[in-house]
Design a protein around this ligand. Sequence first.
Ligand SMILES: Nc1ncnc2c1ncn2[C@@H]1O[C@H](COP(=O)(O)OP(=O)(O)OP(=O)(O)O)[C@@H](O)[C@H]1O
Ligand SMILES: Nc1ncnc2c1ncn2[C@@H]1O[C@H](COP(=O)(O)OP(=O)(O)OP(=O)(O)O)[C@@H](O)[C@H]1O
Ligand SMILES: [Mg+2]
Ligand SMILES: [Mg+2]
Lengths: 257, 257
Amino acid sequence: MKIIAVVNQKGGVAKTTTCANLGAALAIRGKKVLLIDLDPQANLTMGLGVEWYHLEKAIHSTLLDPDQAPIASIVHQIDEINLFLAPGHLDLAKCERLLLPAPGREYRLRNALEAVDGVYDYVFIDCPPSLGTLTTNGIVGSSDLLIPIEPKFYAFAGMSTLNEMIADLAKSLRIHVDLFGVLLTMYERNTRLHGMVAEEIRERFGGKVFRTIIYKNVKLSEAEGEGKPIVLYDPRAPAAQNYMELAEEILANGRQN
Amino acid sequence: MKIIAVVNQKGGVAKTTTCANLGAALAIRGKKVLLIDLDPQANLTMGLGVEWYHLEKAIHSTLLDPDQAPIASIVHQIDEINLFLAPGHLDLAKCERLLLPAPGREYRLRNALEAVDGVYDYVFIDCPPSLGTLTTNGIVGSSDLLIPIEPKFYAFAGMSTLNEMIADLAKSLRIHVDLFGVLLTMYERNTRLHGMVAEEIRERFGGKVFRTIIYKNVKLSEAEGEGKPIVLYDPRAPAAQNYMELAEEILANGRQN
Ligand SMILES: Nc1ncnc2c1ncn2[C@@H]1O[C@H](COP(=O)(O)OP(=O)(O)OP(=O)(O)O)[C@@H](O)[C@H]1O
Ligand SMILES: Nc1ncnc2c1ncn2[C@@H]1O[C@H](COP(=O)(O)OP(=O)(O)OP(=O)(O)O)[C@@H](O)[C@H]1O
Ligand SMILES: [Mg+2]
Ligand SMILES: [Mg+2]
């Protein structure tokens, strides 16, 4: 079971969009996929048509009381495909605070995932735009990181900070996390800036950068408003094809390398 | 002295871009402007050409030890205009954690700002994409909120959450914060979605929505890479004109109402 934290502390770089749509694309290709929404803003949950404010239990319940709310008890199936969601919730914000004094607070998600080991082919963890306790749980709970990057100037500054955090975690908690891949997102073809920065990213990360690029496509925002993954909402949209292509690249490589 | 927190917990909606460029535009129009970078990612600081990693003291020093690092001691002037910056720093992330047990932790910035009362015409506080201790300090430290919104489907969901947080703060800390205005950002003219959501935003917030719209313009990302406000980097760029126009609207109205 491949557990992939989708992480980038910069806001609005398509972490959530990538979880929803890569997850859906892999499910359509016959894989069983679990998505975990670790963001108090619950965008992933809303974007898949699940109204978190009506839920009694969600992933925050699991983090605060794993015996009372194991992952299996909070999972929703999405649109009758092999895509499953452990929903986010505003109360995840309380989690950051409540978990702070608890020893082993970084392992809550990891421990909860052991109970579903082998149930899914892929697990994607949608992290919030910060490097706090929630994102730490995402990283510690995963075997690999997928980093979506919008090719702009501070992409690199952000990557150094993220790298340092992972190195610290690896040392202090003695965990091992690989880089699954770097995904260029929100790419606008005719923009010189994107081309320049994308080039630098490929130089720095080499074969770790997915060949597939996710191009800017307003259909993604429409799909999110409809509460559906783009691959179901509009399979012919360029963005749907990009995410299907990314799924193919991942399945072909076994892992991005 | 008008102290305005620029806030929206959603990532990548141009909070930082608005602080830098509205601040610079007002400075060019003769106002004395202080910008405060409350984000551990320090994008505002980098985007104005200040390398936070070389600084001994920054705004985190002020929050942790106001006597040792008053605001006046950390301020940098930007590009020789009447624009001043209290820089951000990665160590702001530690602040969230270190301040958590401290009583009155929400007032740190407010208290520090009292020492520069009347020194500036406008103070803009750039908040991170979250509703934690740093953003709380920004809101409690301000008299008004400016909310940049990218007109997409979850703009409203986000606004409800933000409103609830402010209502809670107002009640528990007995503070009063007005809505300075809602700013439509990253707006793409030929996008039907933006038009639809912008319409709904105007219906909901009425006269609080600035008449000025900030249209999508890649020049903003170029300016950020050069470490300059767009109004200095390329005054003829459409985005520079948008932000000058916004400054005029604010000066004409006294306050957005
Ligand atoms: N390729 C794309 N083309 C056009 N719009 C996109 C694309 N990818 C994402 N978006 C839109 O951009 C916005 C930000 O994307 P998203 O919410 O996935 O980013 P995020 O990194 O999860 O943000 P946050 O840091 O707030 O969690 C969303 O409204 C989404 O629909
Ligand atoms: N009107 C615009 N047109 C084009 N690009 C823009 C515009 N406004 C902002 N940007 C770019 O979009 C990116 C996100 O903007 P910005 O960093 O200001 O958002 P933010 O809300 O501060 O993000 P965060 O939540 O991460 O702090 C930046 O690279 C910026 O240069
Ligand atoms: Mg997200
Ligand atoms: Mg910002």
